[in-house]
Design a protein around this ligand. Structure first.
Ligand SMILES: Cc1cc2nc3c(=O)[nH]c(=O)nc-3n(C[C@H](O)[C@H](O)[C@H](O)COP(=O)(O)O)c2cc1C
Length: 375
């Protein structure tokens, strides 16, 4: 086979992507309120970006307790599923493919975002490091969370399963589990945030149990070849990284290998959340995990990529596809711009979170989106 590049089609599980330029999950906090509903504005934003090989939506909380940012669109009510249907229809009508990221923030939340003003939930009562976005201009520190009971863990797994079911009802092509960036799944994986003494804590095998139960629950709704998992082995966001990162994440990859998933989506060490890092541990780059992936599970690399680094990663086989986050925020027609060698619009950080069309659906394209499918 010829050396692949970013414009080479890719078989990702059971769907065929026309290119390997992916849009990763990007929280934009523009759901319609009340009800945290996806609506026409969101449908227009995603429609504009339908030339991506695959769109993975912003994190969509599977539970009222899973929200850690205001105005994030959930996937835990019927009305939200109806709202997402508009999004999937818009993307499909424009010729695109779209997965939803299933999310639970765990301790990275605040009482003001929780049902009845309760404390957020987590594997253990240990606070994360950082701030919740509770309202425009209000970013209090994460409080000390409440440890989930075993019964509540089972309920949370069930919430992921129901979220997966609603995602199906909403017309998505598949689902991605948010196992990255310090949120609930990663809180279970890390010995720093998980001090449990039951079967969900202690050894790495026990700390991985929650992720595996969630993945298996979701796989009771979707075929494994429609499921991806996002991981961030080098993550610093949220302040709870495991002490043995390589040991933890190689175990996770080996366990997930047994499920035959469509892909694992790695966040590269050079970014933390939405920020670039000057210093990072290259030993935790996705290319070191690539040889461990089994079967047809593909590797997506995200974080700090340029067109050239993406081309190099795909050509060398270090990654099967590459996600471009901030570049897709500012360039709805990113594949076309890459193909044309055209300059990119610069992103505006101040409009990342919250607001309306400004900085969201008003970034200019080079030509009408419908014509943006690269050859
Ligand atoms: C505004 C913004 C929101 C983000 N929201 C999410 C999210 O909901 N889920 C997630 O897994 N990552 C999220 N990320 C991380 C991105 O998916 C991606 O890993 C990061 O932007 C690094 O890629 P880039 O250098 O191409 O932008 C977000 C990043 C940004 C800039």
């Amino acid at each position: 086979m010829d050396t692949p590049n970013l414009f080479t089609p890719l078989q990702l599980g059971s769907i065929t992507l026309p290119n390997r330029i992916l849009m990763p999950p990007l929280t934009r906090m523009r759901a319609r309120m009340p009800g945290n509903l996806p609506w026409e504005l969101n449908a227009e934003y995603y429609r504009q970006r339908a030339s991506a090989g695959l769109i993975i939506t912003e994190g969509a909380p599977v539970s009222p307790r899973g929200h850690g940012y205001y105005h994030t669109p959930g996937i835990h009510t019927e009305a939200q599923a109806e709202g997402w249907k508009r999004v999937t229809e818009a993307v499909h009508d424009a010729g695109g493919r779209i997965f939803i990221q299933l999310w639970h923030v765990g301790r990275q939340s605040h009482n003001d975002l929780q049902p009845n003003g309760e404390a957020p939930v987590a594997p253990s009562a240990i606070a994360g490091v950082g701030q919740a976005y509770v309202a425009p201009g209000a970013q209090p520190d994460y409080p000390v969370p409440r440890a989930l009971s075993r019964r509540e863990i089972a309920d949370t797994v069930e919430e992921f399963r129901r979220g997966a079911q609603r995602a199906k009802q909403a017309g998505f092509d598949g689902v991605e589990l948010h196992g990255a960036n310090g949120y609930l799944i990663e809180q279970f994986l890390s010995d720093r945030s998980n001090h449990r003494t039951d079967e969900y804590g202690g050894s790495v095998a026990r700390r991985t149990r929650f992720l595996l139960e969630v993945t298996e629950a979701v796989a009771s709704v979707w075929q494994p070849d429609r499921i991806g998992v996002r991981l961030s082995p080098a993550n610093t966001f949220g302040g709870g990284a495991p002490s043995d990162r390589w040991g933890t994440f190689t175990h996770v990859v080996r366990e997930l290998n047994r499920l035959g998933l469509a892909y694992l989506h790695f966040v590269e060490p050079r970014v933390a959340g939405n920020l670039d890092l000057a210093q990072f541990d290259d030993a935790l780059s996705s290319r070191h995990f690539k040889p461990l992936l089994a079967g047809n599970t593909q590797l997506i690399s995200a974080g700090g990529h340029t067109f050239d680094s993406g081309q190099a990663a795909v050509a060398s086989g270090e990654a099967d596809a590459v996600a471009f986050g901030r570049a897709f925020i500012a360039n709805p027609d990113l594949p076309h711009r890459f193909a044309a060698g055209a300059p990119l619009n610069r992103y505006q950080r101040e409009t990342f979170y919250g607001g309306a069309a400004a900085g969201y659906t008003d970034y200019p394209t080079l030509q009408p989106v419908a014509e943006n499918v690269p050859a």
